[in-house]
Write a protein that binds this ligand. Structure first.
Ligand code: SER
Length: 330
């Protein structure tokens, strides 16, 4: 990888991955692709090039690829699961129509492509515990339908046209930098914000709802390592199961209480998110990723919680100070 285009660079994964890739490949161009209304700001804007790239506009993708001589595309544009249920047509246009545009531009310009899949690519008929790499994928959400279609389409472009497509099935991603917005696993981010702000947390999922999760630094490393992996060792391509931990609301609550004993949680169920979570696996088996390209997570629930609370409290203090001082100066 030398010259990289990220589509969806200002989103939850993109805003951190763009910065990581700029550190990782200082001699290349790492272009932050964004859509109108989600322009890059601050460090993201100042540390490298950016371009308006709407994934539903093949011409915009092609012109950024040509202008910056792009060899790798990170396709991070997607609507998360709960939002996709509310806007299924848009979710299809972005997730599948958009991916088709990316793959066609990649085919014509010889680019490698990373498109994340998800635990959402599985459904209620999938084995729930230690879900194998190759198994039943009959999701009941539009998010899952777009992810399975994306996996198949990406594999098709690899075998039919030789496009170097690779990906991972991300679990819920937890970060203190950019909020997720519209996913089923978002509660595992929101709970840390509530704990740091000293607020009571109302959990939208019931106790016993287990899902795989991962701390963002591990997810970023996975996205880079899979694209750097030796292709001769890859039996699979789209997409690899990866995981770092599996927990339910009670477990994360108990872990946070070890650090913030006064923290309180209650339940206020969201039926949509609950039904989506109920259709997903409790835990994935990521043996193939470990064997084929050396995947190994570094953060477990304990290590992640320590790091997340430390960073988030600094961030929230800073934001509060900025708010107070801007109130003082106006
Ligand atoms: N985090 C995603 C969601 O909850 C799943 O990959 O929609």
């Amino acid at each position: 990888m030398k010259n990289i285009l990220l589509i969806g660079a200002t989103g939850q994964i993109g805003s951190e991955l763009t910065m990581r890739l700029r550190e990782e490949y200082p001699s290349g161009q790492v272009v932050a692709g964004y859509i109108s209304g989600a322009e890059p700001k601050g460090e993201l804007l100042e540390s490298g090039p950016s371009a308006m790239v709407d994934i539903t506009n093949a011409g915009q993708i092609a012109s950024a690829v040509k202008k910056y001589n792009i060899d790798t595309i990170y396709n991070l544009a997607a609507l998360l699961s709960a939002v996709a249920e509310k806007r299924p047509q848009l979710a299809w246009n972005v997730g599948v129509g958009g991916l088709y545009n990316v793959l066609e531009v990649a085919r014509e310009n010889n680019c490698a492509v990373f498109t994340p899949s998800s635990i959402g690519s599985f459904g209620p008929n999938t084995p729930r515990i230690k879900t194998p790499q190759d198994t039943v994928q009959r999701p009941t959400t539009m998010y899952g339908v777009t992810k399975v279609t994306g996996e198949l389409l990406s594999d098709y472009y690899a075998s039919r046209f030789g496009v170097d497509t690779r990906s991972v099935r991300f679990p819920g991603l937890i970060s203190y930098v950019a909020p997720p917005g519209g996913g089923t696993t978002d509660y595992a981010v929101d709970i840390y914000y509530a704990a740091c702000k000293g607020e009571k947390f109302f959990c939208p999922l019931k106790p016993g709802t287990f899902m795989d999760m991962m701390y963002m630094p591990d997810a970023l490393r996975a996205a880079i390592e899979i694209m750097e992996a030796d292709p001769s060792k890859l039996v699979h391509r789209n997409s690899f199961n990866i995981t770092a931990m599996s927990f339910d609301p009670e477990m994360i609550y108990a872990k946070i209480k070890e650090f913030i004993p006064d923290f309180q949680m209650d339940y206020k169920l969201d039926p949509l998110r609950q039904s989506i979570a109920d259709s997903w696996p409790d835990s994935l088996d990521d043996t193939c990723a470990r064997e084929e390209w050396g995947w190994k997570p570094r953060f477990d629930l304990d290590f992640m919680t320590k790091d997340m609370l430390a960073h988030l409290s600094v961030k929230l203090k800073k934001e509060t100070k900025e708010k107070v001082s801007s109130v003082c100066t106006t």
